[in-house]
Design a binder for this molecule. Structure first.
Ligand code: ATP
Ligand code: MG
Length: 590
């Protein structure tokens, strides 16, 4: 059935929505695909729903093709399974919790590891039942701290999640590889530019883990890649190569110096170069050790101060830090926190006042570059004072190391040492080897060949289905509007009837019937009394890849076939247009 614009539940907008920063968000709202209900919560209008359904079909086809079986869990879940894995608490504010009329606790599922694990436990008991891969395409709920960019980070969103169940590591490797290959096919079909990068396994534990990032300047994730050896990783997962210790037998003794008015790294470096000039080279920020305080808030609500020592030329990367301390949340260390801990002199904090055993008792973790023998200028724990020639390992130690400093383009590749390049992306999919964490927590065991109980090993694989709609839009648009890849366009062809001439409308009806008879879906602009200019603008905004214009040319027996992506247009004899469009839709060049 053709979608007729005269009756379609659609209003395109001329103005950008006020809250939309990203092109995909702006265009999906303006072109009438989605409508905001509340932050991070959207209605799918008819055109949007068609795109979503097409993305779902691609995902479904490729999952079915690797032998995964579809099922569907409820979104409304009881608390108990999440208590068993500790996630009722770990999720903190990120889940929607509710109570039923009897006062029992429920949640809206943010992800479904527990349900998958328990259902397999419920039904299967033998190695003969494995391997098993099951999946669902389902609505998830997360009370995201920062819902963003329309569908990209929603509080209600559609995810495909699958899980594999195996008896041993070799089985898990195989399931992982099958999913990886399926994801490559899915994202190729969706028309993404993407990279596969090493990822953090995150709160879910487990080992091998990769993300599929759609390359996008506006992406929230930063990844680095090595042009020499092909290493690629989300910065969250980068492990800084640890330098060798430096000999320090000849290093001078540490000495505290007056450095008034130097609470920042820049003021300190200027002061050092003025008052303590070195002979060999000027002081730089990299000679200083910056001690940054943050407040960790654990899932049970306890607050724990944490000090992180990083070379002064690097900032703390919030996402890297967040990934390291999960499930704790990171908050700023405020004036009140300083006031509560007088051993910490803001702007002049040094290692002597840090560490579990120190006067402040604040846990102190160092960047891995601060190896034994490295020499630093750092705070002396007194206003306006710094220590020079403080040697790591000789003059101070910490409670451990942490990967929280920013990773930059030009840093050494952890794999080959070459200079890394950096870029941004949007996480579209995540595959990881979960291991036995959930199976252990929920006691999922099967009998092996020898009649012995074995804990099952699991893999977990997600695709952001609704996010994919936004992501494709983000990667496929121009100043006029959206430009859908053919596989997920809301229609195969947008047929525009222009003018007032009844002949034009009759011919358009006939072309529509002809196209439909070929199995081609048509968005038919059959509106009367709407100017050609408005219709053209709408067709460009909506972004169906092939546009057919029936208008004045009909008098001489031709219609226009336009390629939305390239803007190329040609005249085609009206009698040939169905065959011509069919050829284009089936993969022929426009
Ligand atoms: P992110 O790091 O972006 O918050 P995540 O690591 O929490 O995502 P997973 O739990 O791995 O996400 O979920 C699997 C997939 O679901 C992600 O790869 C992403 O594509 C999608 N997804 C996650 N959160 C959201 C959201 N709030 N809105 C839309 N899609 C999401
Ligand atoms: Mg993830």
């Amino acid at each position: 059935m053709a979608l007729r614009m005269s009756t379609l539940f659609l209003r395109t907008l001329r103005e950008d929505p006020a809250d939309a920063e990203l092109p995909s968000h702006r265009l999906l709202v303006r072109a009438g695909y989605i409508r905001r209900v509340s932050p991070g919560i959207y209605t799918w209008l008819p055109l949007g729903l068609r795109v979503l359904r097409r993305v779902e079909s691609i995902v479904r086809e490729e999952m079915d093709a690797i032998g995964a079986q579809e099922l569907l869990f409820p979104a409304l879940l009881p608390k108990e399974p999440f208590e068993a894995t500790g996630r009722w608490e770990e999720y903190g504010d990120n889940i929607f919790r509710l109570k039923d009329r009897k006062g029992a606790d429920y949640l809206l599922g943010p992800t479904h590891e527990e349900m998958f694990t328990l259902t397999v436990k419920d039904l299967f008991s033998s190695y003969k039942d494995l391997p098993l891969s099951i999946y669902q395409i389902q609505t998830k709920y997360r009370d995201e701290a920062r819902p963003r960019a329309g569908l990209l980070r929603g509080r209600e969103f559609v995810m495909k999640d699958s899980y594999s169940f195996d008896l041993d590591e070799a089985g898990l490797d195989k399931a992982y590889q099958l999913h990886r290959d399926a994801y490559i096919r899915i994202f190729d079909r969706l028309g993404f530019h993407y990279v596969i990068v090493q990822a953090m396994a995150g709160a879910m534990g487990g080992s091998k883990s990769e993300e599929f990032l759609a390359t996008a300047e506006n992406g929230e994730d930063t990844y680095v890649h090595c042009p020499n050896c092909g290493f690629a990783a989300n910065v969250e997962a980068v492990r800084v190569p640890v330098p060798d210790p430096v000999p320090y037998a000849d290093a001078p003794a540490a000495h505290a110096e007056q450095t008034p008015g130097t609470p920042t790294i820049d003021t300190l470096v200027d002061h050092l170069n003025e008052r303590f000039a070195r002979e060999d080279r000027p002081w730089t920020a990299a000679d200083t050790l910056k001690n940054v305080l943050v407040m960790l808030v654990h899932p049970d609500g306890t607050r724990e101060p944490l000090a992180i020592g990083v070379p002064g030329d690097r900032e703390i990367d919030e996402k890297r830090l967040g990934a390291q301390v999960e499930p704790a949340a990171v908050e700023v260390f405020g004036e009140l926190d300083f006031a509560a801990n007088p051993a910490l002199v803001k702007g002049y904090i040094g290692p002597a006042a840090l560490g579990a055993e120190s006067s402040s008792g604040v846990r102190y973790l160092l960047d891995p570059r601060v190896v034994e023998g490295t020499r630093w200028v750092t705070g002396a724990n007194a206003p306006g004072q710094h220590v020079i020639d403080l040697v790591a390992g000789r003059d101070f130690t910490a409670d451990g190391t942490i990967e929280a400093a920013e990773v930059r383009a030009g840093d050494a590749c952890p794999s080959c040492g070459h200079e890394l390049e950096a870029a941004r992306g949007i996480e579209m999919g995540h595959i990881f080897q979960l291991g036995r964490k959930y199976a252990e927590a929920l006691d999922l065991k099967v009998l092996d060949q020898n009649g012995k109980l074995q804990t099952v090993i699991m893999g977990s694989y997600g695709v952001g289905v609704s996010r994919a709609v936004a992501c494709v839009a983000e990667g496929n648009h121009d100043e006029l509007g959206l430009v859908w890849p053919r596989e997920i366009s809301p229609a195969d062809v947008h047929l525009v009837a222009t003018g007032k001439d009844e002949e034009v409308f009759l011919a358009s009806e006939e072309i529509t019937r002809g196209l439909e008879a070929q199995g081609i879906s048509v968005l038919f602009d059959d509106r009367k009394g709407v100017s050609p200019g408005v219709k053209f603008k709408d067709s460009e905004l909506i972004g169906v890849p092939t546009i057919v214009v029936v208008g004045r040319g009909l008098a001489t027996g031709v219609v226009e076939v336009k390629d939305r992506a390239t803007g190329e247009r040609r005249e085609v004899a009206v009698g040939d247009v169905v065959a011509e469009v069919a050829r284009i839709v089936r993969g022929g060049a426009a």
